[in-house]
Design a protein around this ligand. Sequence first.
Ligand code: H2U
Ligand code: ZN
Length: 347
Amino acid sequence: MDFNLSEHPHRRYNPLKGEYVLVSPHRTKRPWQGQVEKSEEEKRPEHDPTCYLCPGNERAGSEKNPNYDNTFVFTNDFAALTPDNPSGSYEEGGLLRARSEIGICRVMCFSPRHDLTLPELTVANIKKVIELWQSEYQTLGSSPQINHVQIFENKGKMMGCSNPHPHGQIWSQSTLPNEATVEGKNQGDYYQSYQRSLLADYLTLELEQQERIVLENDYFVALVPFWAVWPYEVMIISRRHIQNILQFTDEDKTAYAEILQQLTIRYDNLFETSFPYSAGIHQAPTDGMDHLEWHFHHHFYPPLLRSAAVKKFMVGYEMLGDPQRDITAEMAAEQLRNLPDVHYKSK
Ligand code: H2U
Ligand code: ZN
């Protein structure tokens, strides 16, 4: 019998991180039955007087939100990083090491409407979110102290998100966090060897094979990466080899808004629930260098496995060995691809 990716246990390589994931497709011989336990979703008001993100409301620390119409950004009142703490380092025997870190954390409201989420916003509204991501990356990144800007969204109670009002966060800082360091190193090694973008070459392979593509338009492709760890993990990759969000044209912005909306609609339709995830943009550091090795992409890491209630746990062997999955990336992509493109709530 020949080795077959859809039947036999194997380890898949993630060239962005230089890590492996164990795939055990024989454990899912049966086709997916789509058992859907409907979750009880609370109906939310358009404006919640107790929400710290709604327009006109007071936040902790007595700041008041303006009556914003589209998007709104402010400095996190409980920021994990602050711009003005003392600099210094600690070292003991070479093994106990620490260094002070400075940064700026921002909170971004995607819409004044308390009752909506990203997939329910219009493309025009999502475009405004993208434009705010651009201006934040630009403004924060242009500070000589800030060398990395992490834009992300933590969605749903399951992910520890404290508020259902559609919002995201930005943590910017003076050094590179782990994920950016590793992805930057691997993209850099590839770029040095081939003078081409790792993700551009990867995208070419994916577009040839057409097995893991979820959505595509003229400017972006959404796919379940070959090396996905989370059951419905997705990456949006720009077709053009661009380093950061400031290189977006107006067409890019529209196309990016469309693919973000279409992907998150399919996510919600999968289990007919507001689909939780942590998602974020990976792009070039803001240290003033060109970083031609970097290729703009957006990761979605959702925890759900089989229904609105059944999540994947990263435990046991996964904490001590490798992450592991049963449904293959190809199966997950096929499920997502075949879902309706209209949000279940608007049916
Ligand atoms: P979540 O995305 O995890 O829900 O976090 C929302 C952020 O909002 C959180 O980092 C901040 C918290 O510090 N926040 C404020 O900045 N002001 C407030 O009045 C409440 C919450
Ligand atoms: Zn609100």
